[in-house]
Design a protein around this ligand. Structure first.
Ligand code: ZN
Ligand code: ZN
Length: 567
């Protein structure tokens, strides 16, 4: 950042502060004896917005306002203005020592006498200060406005946590370090269930409907891939994402939990999730011409049996990765080590074969197999559709493999593998699911694998990731100082070399303001009550636990551990 930029930033910040609120604060620095309510300094254990707590303490107006059944809302007729005012309002990080300077003199009309008693109360993120002057006037100041009796900060901070892809745990830790009071975890989840999940879900549904209607004109080419929260057999959730290959827009996403009754193993989740997605798209009238997937067990036969009209393709990258891995393993053996320098060329040959076969699976297969001749310095052979290499003169210094040498035999074993030769025709449309891989790595921001989320929370995070992706799908490559496309160097661990990557323009999050407004409107809707289960998003029927055997009693478990230690 240039110096000018930093300066401009500082000037802007100063200007904002001056014009907005300092006039309200009328700081007066005369000293006054004050007594502080002990609740703030001593009892930080429950700072939450808790109805029971509010009903049990003294009977001031403050507590009455927490009554969820109270429906009196001033300015209810002007929801839009309230929404914008409360969301767009600046919030500040105010220090206690600075705040104390404000409550020195009475603010009642024409009084201005010294404040004698100050009582302070903390409800989650909201500070309430009640102060009484020598003339007996009592005034109340709150650090936040209410949104239907809920401190606005509770709703807005909860929404900000979720919409930014963060978690309550992370923000709570940040607040603890800063000594910044925050509401409890249970308040966050109640707000998430009642206001956040339904609003995000509604927004995603609206967005998805729009995407599907744009794509409904012609039969689409899709790619699909699964993502599990942990590898292999221990996964609790698997999500399946279907993306349009032409536009890279996500068209559907399904979440499957291992505790759902029609899932009998964590490996089966991918197929269940994919079939739900295809069923949904089918029912919404989307015509699917092509579907590209990896070679997951059961997926091929499932599509063949249930959607025979779909042109099922495999992702070139997945197959290339698999071939490269096998070749590498063979080339590590000393007798076949001459194969090693060829591996990168063989991978490229697969891409070339798929790209230049013009949709002809048989031609693709022959092109692919021709590498066993070429690498042995044989450039013509007997074939059906292809009888010679398509390159020009070859370099005499190339380290060709000797025909039927151990390295050449190893190559043939991989290239001519029966399953591979059967599958390879399904690369004829040269489909990539690379954009999905990128999406799945971005999804980690919203749903890190090491964290546990409940089903509804996981679903919401998937929807937020998909919206984030779809809204930023058309990002352009950024320009460098000279106006050329910006690039950066990156090292690829898989291929062990440096490549140039495009640098894209920053992401746009215009949808966040819209979802935020929907969340606030939902809170201001008198018909929706906190914890009302009818507004929870619908969940699939689940078994109670992912465990397949009954939980032993604590005594039994302890006894077992104890005996193991002794043995
Ligand atoms: Zn007064
Ligand atoms: Zn050749």
């Amino acid at each position: 950042m240039s110096v000018q930029c930093i300066e401009r930033d500082i000037i802007q910040q100063e200007t904002t502060v001056t014009v907005s609120t300092l006039s309200d604060c009328s700081t007066q620095l005369t000293s006054t004896q004050t007594t502080y309510d002990t609740q703030y300094s001593q009892d930080k254990s429950d700072l939450s917005f808790n109805l029971a707590q509010c009903n049990n303490t003294d009977t001031s107006d403050e507590e009455e306002l927490y009554d969820e059944d109270c429906v009196d809302i001033t300015d209810n007729h002007n929801v839009t203005d309230r929404v914008n005012a409360e969301y767009c309002d600046n919030k500040y990080l105010v220090f206690d020592s600075q705040l104390q300077k404000l409550f020195k003199h009475c603010t009642s009309t024409d009084c201005n006498s010294a404040v004698s008693i100050i009582k302070r109360q903390l409800i989650g993120t909201m500070l309430i200060v009640k102060y009484t002057c020598a003339n007996g006037h009592t005034n109340t100041w709150r650090s936040q406005p209410y949104m239907r009796h809920m401190p606005a900060g509770h709703l807005l901070l909860s929404a900000a946590i979720l919409l930014s892809g963060s978690t309550y745990g992370q923000i709570n830790k940040l607040c603890t370090i800063l000594n910044l009071p925050i509401f409890s975890k249970s308040v966050f989840y109640r707000i998430q269930n009642t206001y956040l999940n339904p609003s995000v879900n509604e927004y995603w549904t609206m967005h998805q409907t729009a995407v599907l209607s744009v794509l409904s004109d012609t039969a689409v080419k899709l790619c699909g891939d699964a993502r599990s929260d942990s590898p292999g057999f221990s996964a609790k959730y698997t999500s399946y994402t279907l993306m349009d290959l032409d536009t890279s827009l996500i068209v559907d996403q399904q979440l499957v939990c291992v505790t759902e009754p029609d899932v009998n193993s964590s490996v089966a989740m991918e197929k269940v999730a994919m079939s739900r997605s295809l069923e949904f798209l089918h029912s919404s009238g989307l015509k699917i011409h092509t579907l590209a997937t990896d070679r997951h067990t059961g997926v091929r036969s499932f599509i063949k049996e249930n959607y025979p009209e779909i042109n099922h393709q495999f992702d070139v990258w997945h197959i290339e990765k698999n071939i490269t891995k096998k070749l590498h393993k063979k080339a590590l053996k000393r007798e076949a080590s001459e194969l090693m320098p060829w591996i990168r060329h063989i991978a490229n040959h697969l891409y070339w074969s798929a790209q230049t076969c013009n949709g002809d699976g048989e031609l693709l297969r022959e092109k692919w197999m021709s590498c066993i001749h070429h690498i042995a310095n044989v450039h013509a052979w007997n074939g059906e559709k292809l009888v010679h290499c398509e390159h020009g003169e070859v370099d005499d210094n190339t380290c060709w493999l000797e025909i039927d040498s151990p390295a050449h035999l190893a190559l043939k074993q991989v290239v001519l593998d029966k399953k591979l030769l059967k599958d390879i025709v399904q690369l004829s449309d040269f489909c990539h699911t690379g954009a999905l891989e990128v999406y799945h790595s971005m999804l980690l921001k919203y749903a890190p694998k090491r964290l546990h989320f409940n089903y509804a929370g996981m679903q919401t995070r998937l929807q937020l990731a998909a919206i984030d992706h779809n809204y930023n799908v058309d990002r352009k490559v950024a320009k460098d100082k000279e106006g050329n496309p910006a690039v950066k160097q990156a090292y690829t661990k898989a291929k062990k070399h440096w490549i140039l990557r495009n640098v894209y323009e920053g992401k746009q999050y215009t949808y966040i303001a819209e979802i935020m407004n929907n969340i606030i409107k939902r809170r201001l809707d008198l018909t929706i009550k906190m914890d009302d289960t009818s507004c929870n998003i619908s969940l699939p029927v689940m078994k109670e636990t992912i465990a397949v055997i009954e939980k032993p009693s604590m005594e039994e478990a302890k006894a077992k551990k104890y005996s193991r230690i002794n043995n």
